[in-house]
Design a protein around this ligand. Structure first.
Ligand SMILES: Cc1ncc(COP(=O)(O)O)c(C=O)c1O
Length: 424
């Protein structure tokens, strides 16, 4: 039943019972972790054949490149061709480089700040300051990157179709606003996929800054868990159609496809933006790790192979997301003190508790041996103005550990909510 409907006497009784239950939970000395949005060991095993590929005697790419040697700044053509479809970027406009898309995002922002991007009259900070739009809740590392580089962050609420576009269009009329962070598919942490209308408006909108960029972090492009994948509109084509061919920077990686940290990252954009980035790369390296790219191209030779491989990931992930939902629903359903997302892909669940309770829930859980991502993490500067949103990551623990962690978490949420209600 709705906890808010309990009388003061009923609340007091409930609080006593919950405190007893919580003390018993604490006494168990658990050590569980719901913070890590990374693949589990079972998922990493799916890519074992990649690590076993006999590359020593067969290191020549399809175009005759000896992958043991320097060169090939844009990345192996066959790997770019395999990921062109999944990332919705023509292979010739796709760059395969390094092992981390976050690093590519960092590079792009640094280069924009130091030099400007195609279409800039000056480096970003020299044209009236630099701010980025940050849909919230969002990915903490995007925000940490901005904070580090001194870029102001302006929050925009996420809706179930993507960022609130009325707000985005209003704020983009300020010349200081140089870009927006987007995780357009199975978003971190809400799981939302942007609607076609949202993508069209992002592509078409007027921006005061002529060098405005959409940072299209498509980290979960092929990470659906449901029967049917959620379609995402093609941002690069739409931007080009609406007369803003250079507006979108697309990012992706195989971090959550093959091996996290030892995969391959991608950047896709207009020819002008690709030339711009390669021009900067050329000053810091003679080429990427083509042997790793070759292994990836052989393991995942085309888009159907990528999708078949991701279906195996989905089989491992789906039961975990279902279990998390079932455990939360069993204890908190109908109480009116928690709501959470049920994503059809990606790695996270976003959970809202009553205003002012998120920090308390994290504390209670930590004291009971259950690590949660700090309250506020999905907001710029780590500050959730309502102190109510928590990001849960069910991928890494085993089903058994997840069951224990989710049950303990649900108890902590109920306890924090009843404490608050009882306090009036
Ligand atoms: C939205 C998003 N972008 C990027 C990354 C990191 O990607 P990479 O390993 O390619 O740097 C993550 C990892 O959790 C993520 O959630």
């Amino acid at each position: 039943m709705e906890l808010a409907a309990l009388s003061p006497a009923e609340l007091a009784d409930r609080l006593t019972a919950l405190r007893g239950e919580y003390d018993r939970l604490k006494a168990r000395g658990l050590r569980l972790d719901l913070t890590r949005g990374k693949p589990s060991a079972a998922q990493l095993e799916l890519s074992r054949p990649l690590l076993e590929l006999p590359i020593a005697d067969d290191h020549t790419a399809q175009d005759g490149t000896d992958c043991r040697n320097y060169g090939g700044l844009q990345g192996l053509p066959e790997l770019r061709a395999a990921f062109a479809g999944p990332l919705q970027v023509p292979a010739e406009q796709l760059v395969a480089f390094g092992n981390s898309s976050l690093e590519l995002m960092y590079e792009c922002v640094v280069d924009a700040v130091l030099f400007g991007v195609p279409g800039s009259a000056a480096p970003w900070p020299r044209s009236g300051g630099t701010a980025m739009l940050c849909p919230v809740p969002g990915y903490d590392r995007h925000f940490a990157l901005c904070e580090k580089l001194g870029i102001d962050m302006i929050t925009v609420p996420m809706t179930d179709t993507g960022p609130d576009m009325d707000e985005v269009e209003r704020l983009a009329a300020d010349e200081r606003v140089k870009g927006i962070w987007c995780v357009p598919k199975y978003s971190n942490p809400t799981g939302v996929t942007f609607s076609d209308e949202t993508v069209r408006r992002l592509a078409a909108m007027e921006t005061a800054a002529p060098d405005f960029r959409i940072f299209w972090d498509n980290a979960y492009a092929v990470h659906g868990m449901a029967e049917a994948d959620e379609p995402l509109a093609d941002v690069l084509s739409l931007c080009a159609e609406r007369g803003h061919p250079d507006r979108a920077f697309v990012f992706g990686s195989t971090s959550k496809i093959t091996t996290a940290g030892s995969g391959v990252a991608f950047f896709g954009s207009s020819p002008a933006n690709v030339d711009w980035l390669l021009g900067h790369f050329a000053k810091r390296t003679i080429g990427p790790d083509k042997l790793n790219q070759l292994r990836h191209a052989r393991f995942l030779p085309d888009a159907p192979a990528v999708r078949a491989h991701m279906a195996r990931h989905a089989e491992v992930l789906r039961p975990k997301f279902e279990l998390l939902h079932t455990v939360l629903e069993k204890r908190l359903g109908g109480t009116g003190v928690a709501s959470w997302t049920r994503p059809r892909g990606g790695y996270f669940v976003s959970l809202d508790v009553p205003d002012g309770c998120a920090t308390r829930v994290v504390r209670l859980a930590a004291d009971a041996g259950i690590a949660l991502t700090p309250a506020g993490a999905p907001f710029p500067y780590g500050k959730d103005p309502r102190d109510r949103t928590l990001r849960l990551a069910p991928s890494y623990p085993t089903l058994e550990q997840l069951h224990e962690a989710a049950s303990g978490l649900a108890l902590c949420i109920e306890l924090a909510a009843v404490e608050r209600l009882a306090a009036g």
